[in-house]
Structures are given as structure tokens and as C-alpha cells.
Design a protein around this ligand. Structure first.
Ligand SMILES: [Ca+2]
Length: 175
């Protein structure tokens, strides 16, 4: 009996540690783990701040490491990060997590949202808004449904105002 329980515990630990494997990550630094590539539209711009930063922008500093993706007063143009589609193996259960920091966004006029899609298509329709004024790093954590063949992730921001920010960091897909 004792031996059976011991075996079960060892098996559980093995499964648990396998479940912590990072499949893809992006923390905007120089880590070799930052393998999850993405497209930025427009390209990073330091006048209207949009891009990696290792400095305080609007009261934030990096959630992980020294770097994060910062935005500040991006004005009328839509800004987006589109992460490369990841093909999923149906042997595994996946969880996506990342963190965001928002400040003084305004629900009626601003765009501050992310979209997850689970196919390899090109439509973006499952938009979810961030909170408008977290003033701290909040985690988004999603269990990827079993039917998903791919994971696609896009983030959008459009807001005007020198007291407004929206930042991201610590993107990780676990299997
Ligand atoms: Ca980081």
C-alpha cells in the first residue's frame, strides 16, 4: 500500500513538473528564453513612446527582468503587437499567461485589448478589454481549450493623453 502511494506521488510530481514547461516566452529583454517572436505595428517609436523600455514609464518598471514593452500617449493611430502563431500538440494542455499595466485609460474613447484565437486563420474576433487603470501589474491567465490547433495572440492600443499608459511583460505559454 505504502509503495503504491509512493509511486503515485512520484508519478504526480513527474506530471506536475512536465506541466511547468515553458513552450514560448517573451519578456522583451536579452534572455535566451525570449523565443516568442512578434510583429510591432507601427515599428517602435521613442517620440510617442511605443517599444521596449528598461526605464520607468508612467510609474511602471519591468514585471520580469529589466525590460518590458511600454506605451505612452500613442495618439490616434492603432498600435498592435501580433505574436507569431504557435502550433499546439494535442498531447498537451496549455496555459497562457502575461502581465499588463494600465493607467488612466478611458473606456469611451480608448482601445486597450487583447485577442486570442485558436486556429491558424487571420481573423481576430475574440477581443477582451484590459482594466483601464490598474496602476500595477495584473496577470492575464488563460487555459487554452483542448480543441485549439494553434494559439494566436494580438494586442491593441489606441489612446490619446499624456497621463495614459499601457504596458505588457512576461508572456509565457506553458505546456
Ligand atoms: Ca521583462
Amino acid at each position: 500500500m505504502k509503495w503504491t502511494i509512493m509511486c503515485l506521488i512520484i508519478l504526480f510530481c513527474a506530471i506536475s513538473s512536465a506541466g511547468a514547461e515553458v513552450v514560448a516566452a517573451q519578456g522583451f529583454g536579452t534572455s535566451e528564453n525570449d523565443t516568442w517572436t512578434f510583429q510591432s505595428a507601427p515599428a517602435p517609436n521613442r517620440q510617442i513612446w511605443w517599444g521596449p523600455s528598461n526605464q520607468s514609464v508612467g510609474g511602471a518598471s519591468a514585471h520580469s527582468g529589466e525590460w518590458y514593452w511600454a506605451s505612452w500617449d500613442v495618439d490616434e493611430q492603432m498600435h498592435s503587437l501580433t505574436f507569431d502563431s504557435i502550433e499546439l500538440d494535442d498531447e498537451y494542455a496549455y496555459t497562457l499567461s502575461f502581465h499588463y499595466f494600465s493607467r488612466n485609460l478611458y473606456a469611451l474613447t480608448d482601445v486597450y485589448r487583447y485577442c486570442l484565437e485558436f486556429d491558424d486563420g487571420s481573423q481576430w474576433s475574440n477581443w477582451v478589454n484590459f482594466e483601464v487603470n490598474s496602476n500595477s501589474w495584473l496577470e492575464v491567465r488563460k487555459i487554452i481549450p483542448a480543441y485549439a490547433s494553434h494559439l494566436r495572440l494580438k494586442i491593441e492600443a489606441q489612446y490619446n493623453g499624456i497621463h495614459k499608459n499601457l504596458h505588457w511583460d512576461s508572456f509565457e505559454l506553458h505546456a
